[in-house]
Write a protein that binds this ligand. Structure first.
Ligand code: SF4
Length: 362
C-alpha cells in the first residue's frame, strides 16, 4: 500500500493531523510496524559538494547568494575528497550518501561530469547514492541513473499555495517536472518539505496532497524543521514546537505506509525523548554527521548513544531496492577518447621533430 486509501479529501487529512496526539502516534506506529522493521533506522550522510553562491531565492536557505549569511562559498569538491568523506560516513554506520550542490539546475559541463564520477565512485563503495543538484532534464537524469544513482532529492518544500511566499525564482511546476524526470529515468524519488516557515497546517497538508496526487509517491519523504539562519528572510521565524514535528511525521507515515519518512533538519533542537516519539510515529531514517549541508546536526557519537538507548539498528544499504550497476558514461568516455587522440598526435609531432608554426595575428 503506497498511499493510504482511507484519506482522500483535504478535510480528512486535516482531521487526521489534528486528532489527539497520542491517538495519531498510535495509529502511525501501528502502520509503521506493518510495513517496516521498527528497530531499523537508516543513517544517511549529507555532504555539500558545492557550497553557496546559489542564484535562487529560497527564503530558508543560507546558500542563496543574495542573502548575507556566514556561509563561505566553495567550488565543487574533488572526487577524491568525496570518496574520503563517504568512507568516513560508511565507517560511522551510514548506508546512504546524499550529495548536495547549491545549483539552480544541472548544466551539461565539466562539473556535472565530475558529479557523474562521484556517483560512480560512491556506488562502487556499496552505499546508496542520492544527489540533490537542483532542476534537471530527462537526459541528465538518465546519465545519473547510468552512473549508479539510487535516488534524487528534490523537495516540494510546502503547498502550491504557499510556495510563492518561500521562493520566487522558480515555480512549483518546475519542481514537479524534475521529480518526473527522475522517475522516468528509473531513479528512486526523495522529496519532502520544511515546517516552521510561517505556513498554516493547511499548507503542510497541501504538500502531502501533492505527493498523494502523484502516480507513484516518493519512496523517501524527508520532513525538516526550519533552522532559521541569520541573514535569511526567515531568520525571525520562531522554532516550531516539537509536537508539530511529531504530528507531521505521524501523518506522513499514515498516508504513505511504505515510504521512508526521514527525520531531517532541526534535530539538534529535539530532545532524545522527542526523537524517540518521532521514531515511534514512523520516522525510519535520520541524517548522520555534524553538518546538514551548512546547518548543525547531532554528531555521530550522540546518535550512536541514542541508537543504543532506544535499541535501534542502522539499516543495511539497498534494503529497499536493488543496487544500481555503474556503467561507463558515454560523454566522459568520448571526451577521454578525444583527449587521448590529441595526446597521441602531440607525441607523434614531438617524435617527428615537428615544430609548431609560429602564427602572427595582425
Ligand atoms: S535551497 Fe537549493 S536552490 Fe534554494 S537557494 Fe538553497 S541551494 Fe539554492
Amino acid at each position: 500500500m503506497k498511499i493510504n486509501p482511507n484519506y482522500k479529501t483535504k478535510q480528512e487529512l486535516i482531521d487526521l493531523y489534528n486528532q489527539p496526539l497520542l491517538e495519531l502516534v498510535f495509529q502511525a506506529a501501528t502502520i509503521h510496524r506493518q510495513y517496516h522493521n521498527p528497530r531499523e533506522v537508516q543513517m544517511s550522510s549529507l555532504i555539500s559538494i558545492k557550497t553557496g553562491g546559489c542564484p535562487e531565492d529560497c527564503g530558508y536557505c543560507p546558500q542563496a547568494a543574495r542573502y548575507h549569511t556566514d556561509v563561505d562559498a566553495h567550488k565543487l569538491m574533488t572526487v577524491e575528497d568525496v570518496v574520503e568523506q563517504a568512507k568516513n560516513a560508511k565507517a560511522n554506520g551510514s548506508s546512504r550518501l546524499c550529495m548536495g550542490a547549491a545549483w539552480r539546475e544541472v548544466r551539461d559541463n565539466r562539473d556535472f561530469d565530475t558529479v557523474i564520477e562521484m556517483v560512480q565512485a560512491v556506488n562502487n563503495m556499496d552505499m546508496e547514492v542520492c544527489c540533490t543538484l537542483g532542476m534537471m532534464n530527462e537526459d541528465q537524469a538518465v546519465r545519473l541513473k547510468n552512473a549508479g544513482l539510487f535516488a534524487y532529492n528534490h523537495n516540494l518544500d510546502t503547498s502550491p499555495e504557499y510556495y510563492g511566499d518561500v521562493i520566487s525564482t522558480r515555480e512549483y511546476e518546475d519542481r514537479l517536472k524534475t521529480i518526473d524526470n527522475a522517475r522516468k529515468a528509473g531513479i528512486s524519488v526523495c522529496s519532502g518539505g520544511i515546517i516552521g516557515m510561517g505556513e498554516a497546517v493547511e499548507d503542510r497538508i497541501g504538500m502531502l496532497m501533492s505527493y498523494m496526487n502523484m502516480e507513484t509517491p516518493p519512496e523517501s519523504i524527508p520532513i525538516n524543521a526550519l533552522v532559521a539562519v541569520e541573514g535569511t528572510p526567515m531568520e525571525q521565524q520562531k522554532p516550531i514546537e516539537q509536537w508539530e514535528l511529531i504530528r507531521m511525521i505521524a501523518t506522513t507515515r499514515i498516508l504513505f505506509p511504505q515510504s521512508i519518512v526521514r527525520l531531517s533538519a532541526g534535530r539538534t533542537k529535539l530532545s532524545m525523548e522527542a526523537q524517540a516519539m518521532c521514531f515511534m510515529a514512523g520516522a525510519s531514517s535520520v541524517f548522520a554527521g555534524d553538518k546538514l549541508l551548512t546547518t548543525p546536526n547531532p554528531e555521530f557519537n550522540e546518535d550512536k548513544e541514542m541508537f543504543n538507548i532506544l535499541g535501534l539498528i542502522p539499516k543495511e544499504p539497498f534494503a529497499d531496492g536493488e543496487k544500481p550497476v555503474s556503467q561507463p558514461d558515454q560523454i566522459i568516455e568520448e571526451k577521454k577518447r578525444k583527449e587521448a587522440e590529441k595526446e597521441l598526435r602531440r607525441e607523434e609531432a614531438r617524435k617527428g621533430g615537428f615544430t609548431p608554426r609560429k602564427v602572427t595575428v595582425s
